[in-house]
Design a protein around this ligand. Structure first.
Ligand SMILES: [Mn+2]
Length: 337
């Protein structure tokens, strides 16, 4: 599929992992199913291949495995908090991390690792680490981990395949997004043959929303700002979830991420943006486009990154100011079509 698979950096990554006795796999801050599923699949494969010490971790404040991802195979025994990570691993692999700051506190450990490797699929990734494998045409980091495990000679157990299928079906929006190719479906078919329960995975990913989160989504939707004429008539929808909104319903920050999907499912606007406030008063902006805007470039201009049709960044200040910046700033990033 992608040119970097099998290339020089790729072969260095395979060699580094094959000889490592201790590996720490790091997903991005507040991991999504692609980050954590990819990390767990890689760790399970390495452990099965005889690697003596394997850990999965990520930064989150406070640290907790997102409630919605605790079902992923290996989550209960492979994931450790950042402070429990090996001080000097032979290899640290960052998966699905588009920039160094996406490792959070674990960037410091990466500097102490024998080899610091980056495996990612974000087009905005500037390239960092001792080994850089960035395949921007891959629809999910999970696709890259599947090929990596093949090259390491690791068999696809049902647990590994379940993590990979969760990663890929999540990042492709259930195989709907444009980066999905015939090869993506081919890999999904291979994973089916590995003994996964695809329907149970789909239920965990797409039909397990707690009622409190659904009520929060309802409130967010009622109050969403709809700018019908924005983006040369393509339309813009902005939803806001403050920490006070979450506190009222007992919803954690990581549970809010899926609400951007609700906004993106609305046909009246090309671009949907969710502003969510964390427990410290900072804002995370998550944006989705149906194709009118190059969100990856827009997010990069705001210190974040991502893909053309899905991107995000951190912002400080009032929600009104962030919304106004979106309304005026996005028009400069209309996609060439
Ligand atoms: Mn991803």
């Amino acid at each position: 599929m992608t040119s970097v698979v099998g290339g020089g950096e790729w072969r260095r990554l395979v060699a580094a992992l094959a000889r490592a006795d201790s590996v720490v796999v790091v997903g991005h801050v507040n991991p999504d199913p692609d980050a954590l599923g990819s990390a767990l699949a890689l760790a399970l494969g390495l452990r099965g291949a005889g690697c003596a010490q394997v850990q999965v971790t990520f930064d989150a404040e406070p640290f907790a495995v997102p409630r919605a991802l605790r079902w992923l195979p290996g989550a209960s025994d492979l994931i450790v908090a950042p402070e429990q990570v090996l001080a000097h691993p032979d290899c640290l692999v960052a998966v699905d991390c588009a920039a160094p700051d996406r490792l959070g506190r674990l960037l410091e450990v990466a500097g102490r690792a024998g080899v610091f490797a980056v495996l990612d699929h974000h087009r905005s990734n500037p390239g960092f680490g001792d080994i850089e494998v960035v395949a921007s045409d891959a629809p999910a980091t999970g696709v890259l981990v599947a090929r990596l495990l093949d090259d390491l000679g690791c068999p696809r157990t049902p647990d590994i395949a379940t993590n990979l299928y969760a990663a890929i079906s999540s990042d492709t929006g259930s195989f709907r997004f444009p980066a999905t190719t015939a090869q993506t479906h081919g890999l999904a078919a291979e994973l089916h043959r590995s003994g996964i329960d695809h329907s149970a995975i789909a239920t965990e990913l797409f039909a397990s929303r707690p009622i409190a989160v659904a009520r929060l989504a309802g409130q967010m939707m009622v109050d969403a700002q709809y700018e019908e004429t924005a983006l040369h008539g393509a339309g813009l929808l902005i939803g806001i979830v403050s920490r006070a909104d979450r506190a009222d319903l007992g919803v954690s920050f990581d549970e809010v991420e899926s609400l951007v999907t609700d906004l993106a499912a609305i046909g009246d606007a090309d671009t949907a943006v969710l502003l969510k406030e964390d427990d410290d008063g900072g804002w995370r902006v998550s944006a989705r486009s149906k194709g009118a805007v190059d969100l990856g470039s827009f997010a990069a201009s705001r210190g974040g990154g991502g893909h053309t049709q899905a991107a995000g960044y951190a912002a400080a200040g009032d929600a009104e100011v962030i919304s106004a910046d979106l309304l005026h700033g996005l028009e400069g990033f209309m996609a060439d079509r």
